[in-house]
Ligand binder design. Structure first.
Ligand code: GCO
Length: 445
């Protein structure tokens, strides 16, 4: 049995585009995800976030659900185009009012609001001006952070600037499977750099508006493990880790971009333009690091694999519905390594969870034993890291609700609460009931 500290921040996470719906209500402008999902061929079955979980209208019920689960914190994201339909300029008051009410409702239910400012839904108006390719988008993000933290900073104790900048950069601008659907490696690296600079500047603005709040950023890390003891495999795994995780964590913690990877990009002519002072800006002190963990890769060396000489190899084991290996040890490895390498003030697991196909029993219940086991094993892995001194302060299950899983649409279900997408009815799954007990007792069997 693992016993967590009494003040451990147990929570659940969502993101605006994945749950809110109401895509053009109360003055909201279109985001790049509205445009992308409305473009045929981009999303499985042509699904969109137009309605999603309809959280925009059902937020009071959803807070009641959270209270029933005993959540201590709720991580949500603010939709930038709801607040600033054109991306810049004057705030759309009804948009801000929505978050205002949500936060008051959470506080009344004794649930700490944890606000993420950018979970991928860039205002389309800014994309039309160049999106994250343009340095002006950095200024727009900082102005947006200022508006939101002025309005909500008195009540939000934890702020996350960006969620998973590498997914924005790579999936959105290199692979093109996410909005805005571009395919250009040099652009991806420039976008990543601009996201990081905008983080550094936004932290300073939020700090000024909400001096008592904790402020951080969320990075997704998919750790790499060498497929054998051979030194070439170890080196390949390290290079891949440096490219995926080090590219973000090293500059955030004051070490600049990893040199070996930078040199590879520079010789390919795709290294980003870095202005004077950018690296100092990115390395602004933060109060915590958010880590999203789902799985890890096994890697072997292959000199013919461009550009890092590393290839992922298949590994036997259990896989989730989105094809990710279930490997709780990877979370332990990640937490201990990040702590050893970077010494963040505090760490939160800001996302962890699993997509599995759910079967609704005749009585309406959902016995999602595999999701429950996934969470249990990952909680144990986190506890081992905690017991070794990693300053892990909280854990946000992804996700509170089944929701719009980006390019996969609604068919991949991550929720501890089921959403029937025909009726929008919510049902707590077995994993949710079990999580309620974990939170109530602080104990994981
Ligand atoms: C992520 C996103 C989530 C995803 C989840 C499952 O951070 O990748 O925050 O929006 O839905 O990770 O893929």
């Amino acid at each position: 049995m693992a016993t967590f500290p009494a003040d451990f921040l147990w929570g659940a996470a969502t993101a605006a585009y994945q749950i809110e719906g109401a895509w053009q209500e109360d003055g909201k402008g279109p985001s790049i995800w509205d445009t992308f999902s409305h473009t045929p061929g981009n999303i499985a079955r042509g699904e969109t976030g137009d309605v999603a979980c309809d959280h925009y209208h059902r937020w009071t019920d959803d807070i009641a659900l959270m209270r029933d689960l005993g959540l201590r914190a709720y991580r949500f994201s603010v939709s930038w185009p709801r607040v600033l339909p054109e991306g810049t300029g004057h705030a759309n008051e009804p948009g801000l009012d929505f978050y205002d009410r949500l936060i008051d409702g959470l506080l009344a239910a004794d649930i700490a609001p944890v606000a993420t400012l950018f979970h991928w839904d860039l205002p389309q108006a800014l994309q039309d001006l160049g999106g994250w390719r343009a340095r002006e988008t950095i200024d727009a993000f900082v102005a947006y952070a200022d508006i939101v933290s002025r309005r909500l900073g008195d009540r939000v104790p934890m702020w996350i600037t960006h969620n998973e900048p590498s997914v924005v950069a790579i999936d959105g601008h290199v692979v093109g499977e996410h909005a805005p659907g571009l395919r250009d490696p040099a652009l991806g690296l420039q976008v990543a750099h601009h996201l990081l600079v905008s983080h550094g500047l936004a932290v300073q603005v939020i700090r000024a508006n909400a001096p008592a709040a904790e402020i951080g950023i969320t990075i997704n890390v998919w750790p790499q493990r060498a497929a054998s003891d051979a030194p070439q495999d170890a080196a390949a795994a390290e290079r891949q880790y440096a490219a995926d995780a080090g590219w973000y964590l090293d500059p955030l913690y004051g070490n600049g971009y990893p040199e070996e990877i930078w040199n590879l990009y520079a010789s390919a002519g795709i290294a980003p333009a870095v202005a004077d002072g950018d690296l100092e800006t990115i390395a602004v002190p933060t109060d915590f690091l958010g880590l999203n963990y789902y799985s890890r890769s096994l890697v072997r060396a292959d000199p013919s694999a461009e550009p890092f000489g590393a290839v992922a190899v298949d590994e036997p084991g259990e896989y989730t519905d989105v094809g990710w290996l279930v490997i709780p040890d990877g979370l332990y490895d990640l937490l201990t390594r990040v702590w050893r390498d970077h010494r963040p003030q505090a760490i939160y697991v800001t996302e962890n969870g699993a997509a599995f196909t759910d079967v609704v029993a005749a009585d309406g219940s959902i016995h999602d034993g595999r999701r429950l086991a996934y969470l249990r094993e990952h909680f144990h892995a986190a506890h081992r890291a905690l017991a070794e001194g990693v300053p892990l302060r909280g854990y946000f299950v992804w996700s509170l609700l089944d929701n719009f899983e980006w390019a996969e649409g609604y068919d991949k279900r991550f929720g501890i609460v089921r959403v029937d997408f025909d009726t929008l009815e919510r049902t707590v799954k077995d994993s949710g009931r079990w999580y309620r007990d974990v939170i109530a007792t602080g104990e994981v069997q």
